[in-house]
Design a protein around this ligand. Structure first.
Ligand SMILES: NC(=O)c1ccc[n+]([C@@H]2O[C@H](COP(=O)([O-])OP(=O)(O)OC[C@H]3O[C@@H](n4cnc5c(N)ncnc54)[C@H](O)[C@@H]3O)[C@@H](O)[C@H]2O)c1
Length: 245
């Protein structure tokens, strides 16, 4: 993989899969635009990335704020001139509760961030990709969006929406040079752990362990690369052969 000359935007880049993806894109030559609501952690990621590149813009941005998203994307394009790769990774997912114990304010927040946040980012970035007839969009979904996870009804619904959004958009823009795919992780090592290669035992997958942040980043970066030039409109599960819930 070679991302020299490419500009990549990653949301939710301060921890976990987003951070690992940012590090790997930089390692292979990309210039970066990183967004998160956690600005302090984002600055630490920028420090880590400095071993690969100084071409990193970081923004404190809530992706559920449409106006903020448009301003950040416009500012970043004014700086770098383009965005080649968009990784829609930021999401809310923690919390396991029976549906009847949840309430509508929570459902709306999950949809605002996971679904509308993905829409806002894509809507803001896509015109510049279409203009240059080149782009890669990778949406981070979840096995929950495929199988539906018990006690994660709302989250599962948001990720199902992200997967169908991915496929619909791909059919609109693939012939214009923009390839759009989703990745659906199963269990991933805790984002609080800074080691991108960390895994732990898990009986949710036949492989017997969780996936690492780096393993997920590997798939995202592959889909963002030239090597994935014939892949679009897919949802690729990265779940160690999941035992369906
Ligand atoms: N970790 C898992 O087990 C797992 C499994 C399946 C799918 N996923 C998906 O992978 C992605 C990353 O998850 P993770 O566990 O690596 O990280 P995480 O959920 O711990 O962190 C996500 C990041 O997004 C940021 N964020 C949250 N809301 C935001 C908002 N409104 N605007 C901007 N940034 C915001 C957070 O501050 C955080 O840095 C998510 O889309 C998640 O749904 C994770």
């Amino acid at each position: 993989m070679d991302f020299h000359g490419r500009v990549a935007l990653v949301t939710g880049a301060s921890v976990g899969i987003g951070r690992a993806t940012a590090l790997e894109l930089a390692e292979f030559g990309a210039k970066l635009i990183l967004l998160d609501i956690n600005y302090d952690k984002l600055l630490k990621v920028k420090e880590e990335i400095a071993v690969y590149t100084e071409d990193v813009l970081v923004y404190k941005c809530d992706i559920s704020d449409e106006q903020a998203v448009r301003e950040v994307v416009a500012d970043a394009i004014a700086h770098f001139g383009k965005i080649d790769i968009l990784v829609n990774n930021a999401a809310l997912w923690r919390g396991y509760r029976p549906f009847l114990t949840t309430e509508s304010g929570e459902w709306k927040r999950f949809f605002d961030v996971n679904v509308l946040g993905t829409f806002y980012m894509t809507h803001a970035v896509l015109p510049s990709m279409l203009e240059q007839k080149y782009g890669r969009i990778i949406n981070v979904a979840s096995v929950a969006g495929v199988y539906g996870n018990a006690n994660m009804a709302c989250y599962s619904a948001t990720k199902g929406a992200v997967i169908s959004f991915t496929k619909a958009i791909a059919k609109e823009v693939t012939d214009k040079g923009v390839l759009v795919n989703a990745v659906s992780p199963g269990s991933v090592s805790p984002a609080e752990n800074d080691d991108v290669n960390y895994t732990e035992a898990s009986n949710l997958a036949f492989i017997g362990r969780s996936g690492s942040d780096r393993e997920n980043a590997n798939l995202i970066c592959f889909l963002a690369s030239e090597e994935a030039s014939y892949i679009s409109c897919q949802n690729i599960q990265i779940d160690g052969c999941r035992r369906k819930q």
